[in-house]
Design a protein around this ligand. Structure first.
Ligand code: F0G
Length: 419
């Protein structure tokens, strides 16, 4: 695999982070002629019954399609071993017939970030890096902290003060990172990190092309779980847009390699208060940063770093970009919960977005659709608790009883029949 600029296509030095000519983001280019689709499918499948630590990872299991990193440097927590689930309540909610969830919240640190972080931290370790750093709305922070801990590296995270969930902060601290809470938003934190010397610290935000390589494997996990048949649509939330780029790249490579015969349309969903990419997609021009505002703190991002890459991927897939309000996100998150699955607010933007795209006719009722759930429900339990406390929901669901016979009455009311 060789590293090149995603914008001007110039070759890049193996360990650089930005293009030395145009400062664009770098990306790996796969030599597709070097691979045989049938042999790859067999190897990927066989590794699922192996107990080798690389084979147990839903990233390293696809190692032929990743940058080569010596096995002794690989830091893995068995990431990306995640299920797809058939949606139940959400199917009627979105007015579709074929809907499933790819639950990346069931990763070791409970978000999709782990798939990319295993590659970025392994690479950093192979270079002998001592310190890893990132800007984060919370999930990248927790993931980096965990993988850095495993690698014996020092972890420093920059977060917008008071704007990440308690659970993510607690996780990050638990894994031993130093948290720098800045007086500013995520975009400011990322600008600070991008200004650092990548020769001195490992910058592991999704501007790092190794992250994208790991995250593209979520696409492979999904496709493999469907016997390498593509859905019509893949819908996911968009913040900094690394993940949208990664899925698009994975699908394109899978097509070029002959692993699949068509790529899914990619639907990116932004919170309406943090939607510069949606605006650009529909109005044209370059990205105009906004001051982001949404209760879905994970995607409170106003100047997404990977917008050019994501734009190219969404267009190549024939997909689209849409927005949803915080109210729509809250309602959709509760629906995912009622399916017995659960996710954090940002993840539910995917269901809310699907509902919109179905209403406006972009998506057909019988299309085969996969929603990406990016983070676990417990990532923001405070949000969920506040949701249930509002609008008298608690009054209906949490019932105080003074005597045991009222419990019996409750059970009978719910439909149980005593003999
Ligand atoms: N969903 C969740 C749960 C996230 O944490 C993020 C991003 C996204 C979606 C958006 O993904 O940025 O690749 O478009 N979280 C980053 C973080 C920014 O710092 O944890 P994206």
């Amino acid at each position: 695999m060789r590293l090149a600029c995603s914008e001007c296509a110039a070759e890049a030095a193996p360990d650089s982070l930005f293009c030395s000519i145009c400062s664009g983001l770098l990306e790996f280019r796969l030599d597709q002629a070097a691979h045989d689709a049938r042999a790859l499918k067999v190897a990927f499948k066989e590794r699922r019954t192996s107990n080798d630590s690389l084979d147990l990872s839903g990233v390293w299991r696809f190692r032929e399609l990743l940058p080569q990193i010596p096995a002794e440097h690989v830091v893995t927590l068995r990431e990306n071993v995640v299920p797809t689930y058939r949606a139940q309540t959400a199917t009627a909610y979105a007015d579709v017939t074929r809907l499933s969830y790819l639950h990346l919240g069931l990763n070791p640190t409970a978000s999709f970030k782990d798939a990319g972080m295993t590659v970025a931290i392994s690479h950093a370790r192979s270079l002998g890096a001592r310190v890893a750093i990132c800007a984060s709305t919370g999930n990248t922070a927790a993931s980096m902290a965990a993988y850095a801990a495993r690698a014996g590296m020092i972890a420093i995270v920059l977060v917008p003060a008071g704007a990440i969930s308690e659970a993510k902060m607690a996780q990050t601290l638990d894994y031993g990172a130093t948290v720098v809470a800045i007086d500013g938003d995520f975009d400011r934190a990322l600008a600070i990190v991008r200004g650092l010397d990548p020769g001195r610290v490992a910058i592991v935000n999704s501007v790092n092309p190794y992250r994208i390589e790991g995250q593209k494997c979520a696409g492979f996990v999904l496709l493999e779980s469907r016997y390498w048949s593509s859905p019509d649509w893949l819908i996911l939330p968009g913040g900094n847009l690394g993940n949208s780029s990664a899925f698009g790249k994975g699908f394109r490579e899978a097509l070029a390699l002959g692993l699949i015969d068509r790529i899914p349309k990619i639907g990116v969903v932004q919170a309406s208060g943090a939607a510069p990419f949606a605006k650009l997609f529909h109005d044209g021009g370059d990205l105009v940063p906004v001051k982001a505002e949404t209760d879905a703190t994970a995607i409170r991002i106003g100047a997404p770093a990977s917008w050019r890459k994501a734009l190219a991927e969404v267009r190549a897939s024939g997909g689209t970009v849409t927005t949803v309000t915080d109210e729509e996100i809250a309602e959709a998150r509760a629906i995912v919960g009622s399916d017995g699955i659960g996710c954090e607010p940002a993840s539910a933007a995917s269901l809310a977005g699907l509902r919109r795209l179905r209403k406006d006719g972009t998506i057909e009722r019988d299309d085969d659709i996969v929603l990406v759930l990016t983070g676990h429900m417990l990532k923001d339990s405070a949000y969920a608790a506040a949701f249930h406390a509002s609008r008298e929901r608690l009054a209906n669901k949490i019932v105080r009883i003074s005597r045991e016979d009222s419990l019996r009455a409750l059970i009978e009311k719910a439909g149980a029949v005593y003999a």
